[in-house]
Write a protein that binds this ligand. Sequence first.
Ligand SMILES: Cc1cc2nc3c(=O)[nH]c(=O)nc-3n(C[C@H](O)[C@H](O)[C@H](O)COP(=O)(O)OP(=O)(O)OC[C@H]3O[C@@H](n4cnc5c(N)ncnc54)[C@H](O)[C@@H]3O)c2cc1C
Ligand SMILES: *[C@@H]1O[C@H](CO)[C@@H](O)[C@H](O)[C@H]1NC(C)=O
Ligand SMILES: *[C@@H]1O[C@H](CO)[C@@H](O)[C@H](O)[C@H]1NC(C)=O
Ligand SMILES: *[C@@H]1O[C@H](CO)[C@@H](O)[C@H](O)[C@H]1NC(C)=O
Ligand SMILES: *[C@@H]1O[C@H](CO)[C@@H](O)[C@H](O)[C@H]1NC(C)=O
Ligand SMILES: *[C@@H]1O[C@H](CO)[C@@H](O)[C@H](O)[C@H]1NC(C)=O
Length: 529
Amino acid sequence: MGSISANQHAEFDVIIVGAGLSGINAAYRVQTELPDYTYTILESRNAIGGTWDLFRYPGIRSDSDLYTFGFPWRPWTETKAIADGTSIRNYIRECAEKFGIDRKIQFSNKLQASNWSTSEQRWELSVKQGNEGARSRKLKARFVILSTGYYDYNQPLETKIPNLGAFKGQTIHPQFWPEELDYSNKKIIIIGSGATAITLFPNLAEKAASVTMLQRSPSYVLALPTVDPTGNMIRKVFPEWLSSRLIRWKFLVLPFLIFSFCRSFPNAAKKIMQRQMKQSLPADVPIDPHFNPSYNPWEQRLCICPDGDFFDALQKQNTNIVTDTIQTVTESGIITASGQELDADIIVTATGLKMMFAGGAKLTVDKKPVALNEKLLWKNTMIQDVPNAAVVVGYTNASWTLGSDTAALLMCRILKRMRRLNLTSAAPTLGSTFTSPHTNGHTKGDPEGKTEINGQLQTIDPQWHGMKTVSLLNLSSTYLEKAKGAIPKAGDRGPWRPRSNYFVDAWGAVFGNITRGLRFEGGEELKGR
Ligand SMILES: Cc1cc2nc3c(=O)[nH]c(=O)nc-3n(C[C@H](O)[C@H](O)[C@H](O)COP(=O)(O)OP(=O)(O)OC[C@H]3O[C@@H](n4cnc5c(N)ncnc54)[C@H](O)[C@@H]3O)c2cc1C
Ligand SMILES: *[C@@H]1O[C@H](CO)[C@@H](O)[C@H](O)[C@H]1NC(C)=O
Ligand SMILES: *[C@@H]1O[C@H](CO)[C@@H](O)[C@H](O)[C@H]1NC(C)=O
Ligand SMILES: *[C@@H]1O[C@H](CO)[C@@H](O)[C@H](O)[C@H]1NC(C)=O
Ligand SMILES: *[C@@H]1O[C@H](CO)[C@@H](O)[C@H](O)[C@H]1NC(C)=O
Ligand SMILES: *[C@@H]1O[C@H](CO)[C@@H](O)[C@H](O)[C@H]1NC(C)=O
């Protein structure tokens, strides 16, 4: 893994923040679409892979199939659709190495703050170098792409577990799993019912004395085959280049159909899901309450279990599922509200991630802080009133990468347009997108409201009057609910709408309108066109 010397360039055309799936993908798009542009990647950690390097708990794997979760420009060719963490980490690293992206990464460089200067038409980034934070330096860039993921790398979601401090055993959050931990013959309680708990449960049960999954609210768990049988058939019949495309298409269309079915016929979907689960459950584990969620399938993320490993584990003697709230934690375990006493040597708090945008970096425009929660996202990518910046947000109900790639493609298209017309900045705005020094004034007392551009008030464009905000990610999971105050929103029309589906978004990224709602500066436009 290479690393470029820290001060090789102080200024870049593009700075990408984060070397996870989205950052590597954005880098590939930038270097392919704009080969003459200089770019670098800042990565606060010391490794490629983001999520897939950080998480090390037993059994860590994807929920998504890798045919769509992998990069479109480097198809996943293994027969296993669902892959373990190590395979995904290696895949991301190999892809980066193959295209020389690894040499563009500056490791242990954390973006702390980024200031857009209107007079310079540049970002100035404050970057903390080294793990102990001894040094800080400045970099300049015309564009920043924030592919920093969606959660806090240093802190898990805070949850109130009553009296947890009293526990004399070990408490572990999956985000910080100690790899050397020996849990053989230990009694383990997993608190939670999300994807992480569902993954941990069968894997811990292999060695532990006992594993209890303690959930407050149940989830839908769907068993899927790891090796897709039709995929193998397609591979036998068609040449490699075609089969990888066909398999990808299958995995693009099928989840979309399942999702659409769940949303259109929630009652039928619920019945089918529960019938499936019932067939795999041991007789002493009833659907109600353990697998009877209060919501319909796909109102929250579905949990996947490969080859039904979760259900197989439930058949074992050393496993148990409890649906109850916690009364209190004791020195040696947990007492539930209904009075059950659960013994434990280890408590695993699989209670979720703390959502975070822009990697915690402080964004300012001419020194004025950007309040992300008051901003809309333009085409789910650019932040309202913030020039030349993209945030990479993927899908929550399809492979994340599909969404990060539409964002990267869209951004490259905007960059190319700007290069062609010699424009220096592009910022989403609710104000008028027509710019000339003469019209950049403000109207006082406009009943339909105003918006601020470069420190000046401007009337909101009539086409956006009465815009309602909606949540960016259409899922009602707990951690999304908790984070609502800290993330940008989507609007109810035009380019401000939240993501719909990949087919619409991919088309929009390549052919959609990239001027509506965007305000450009510099070049031809300033000459008063
Ligand atoms: C356990 C787990 C399983 C998941 N499984 C799936 C799945 O199956 N399918 C799916 O679609 N999604 C899944 N997700 C969501 C997953 O995070 C994304 O799909 C994907 O890995 C995100 O890639 P990313 O590059 O956008 O973000 P990340 O992988 O989070 O990478 C962000 C990178 O940015 C760096 N960074 C952050 N802030 C800064 C900063 N200020 N300065 C410099 N660098 C910074 C981080 O160190 C990190 O390397 C899963 C998430 C988790 C936690
Ligand atoms: C931010 O930009 C403004 C000018 O637009 C400049 O005056 C200020 O010094 C910059 N601040 C930092 C911390 O870089
Ligand atoms: C994801 O959700 C959106 C809206 O909530 C929907 O339009 C889209 O089809 C879904 N995508 C998939 C792949 O299920
Ligand atoms: C592009 O704009 C810059 C200033 O914004 C100017 O110096 C340069 O000459 C312009 N180039 C072309 C080709 O118009
Ligand atoms: C998600 O979208 C559906 C309709 O598409 C809507 O009824 C629902 O309220 C939305 N949920 C959230 C959490 O935004
Ligand atoms: C994009 O939208 C703007 C404003 O709605 C319009 O003026 C422009 O013609 C559109 N561009 C294209 C290529 O359709």
